[in-house]
Write a new protein. Structure first.
Length: 286
């Protein structure tokens, strides 16, 4: 057995086992919230038990957990060296994950109807777009580093807007499209989903916005437009998801949520900017 096949088998088995363990907890919480009305662990979907009995339902649900984890495990392997092969194999991987996740949410009853299932597929597609966009940003960074070493790097733009553009596009997905899709998925059918949005999605978005800010700061220094874009996009997501006339005064809590996302992105960008300055000082001293 060559190294490539061995790596695939190891990733499939490891990812599958981790998927079974992780989705046992997460899926159990989904089962509890969906069928018991409380965030408690229900190991096997009551809908599947009703359809096919406990033994078969358990095997099928945990089998789908394994397949989902296996797909995530092989996603970290290099798919191909050529661009066309990479695009094709990435598309096949997306189709595989879409099929497994669709079977999982439909059989378990986590998707209440076809509209919610489509939103969950959209969320998965957004994840793939974010991964591709993140890789494209990394390629741009590598190209900038080569230009800098050759002395061909252009002068910094005003407020570094040109350098920030790829990350601002990433922020549109991260802080606008993904929170919207995730909120609809988690709080579908609720009369007042705002508390859940604040307590679950806002911290996740803030943490996620911080990491690209560090990367951008390390490459180009302080870029104020990125954190402003993160806060602005998240505020747009909040006001776009929830009708203002549903609440007495939603503006203040929405602004607080957006400010938290902005602050996290700003903190990450400032930390990256400090690393950028330190690197410049070392290069100047050398």
């Amino acid at each position: 057995m060559n190294e490539t096949k061995r790596a695939w088998i190891v990733r499939i088995v490891t990812g599958g086992l981790i998927g079974m363990a992780g989705l046992f907890l997460l899926g159990g919480l989904f089962n509890g919230a969906r069928f018991e009305g409380a965030w408690e662990i229900v190991a096997v979907s009551p809908q599947m038990i009703e359809w096919m009995g406990l033994p078969l339902a358990s095997v099928l649900q945990f089998g789908l957990y394994f397949l989902f984890g296996a797909g995530l495990g092989v996603a970290t392997l290099p798919f191909a060296d050529a661009g066309e092969q990479l695009a094709l194999r990435s598309a096949l991987h997306f189709l595989y994950m879409a099929a497994v996740s669709s079977a999982l949410v439909l059989l378990t009853g986590w998707a209440l109807d076809a509209a919610m299932w489509l939103v969950e597929l959209l969320l998965l597609a957004l994840l793939y777009v974010m991964i591709w966009l993140g890789r494209w940003i990394a390629w741009c960074g590598e190209l900038d580093a080569i230009r800098e070493k050759l002395g061909l790097a252009p002068e910094p733009s005003l407020l570094r807007w040109r350098e920030s553009l790829p990350h601002i596009g990433f922020a549109a997905l991260l802080c606008l499209a993904v929170p919207a899709a995730l909120s609809v998925t988690l709080f579908y059918g609720m009369d007042d989903p705002t508390p859940g949005m604040v307590s679950i999605i806002t911290p996740l978005t803030a943490i996620a916005a911080c990491v690209p800010g560090i990367s951008l700061g390390r490459r180009h220094g302080f870029c104020p437009l990125y954190p402003l874009a993160c806060g602005g996009f998240y505020l747009a997501a909040l006001f776009g998801l929830y009708f203002v006339d549903r609440y007495q005064n939603p503006t203040v809590p929405f602004l607080v949520c957006a400010a938290a996302v902005l602050a996290a992105a700003l903190a990450g960008n400032l930390c990256g900017g400090l690393l950028h300055q330190r690197r410049r000082k070392k290069e100047a001293a050398a």
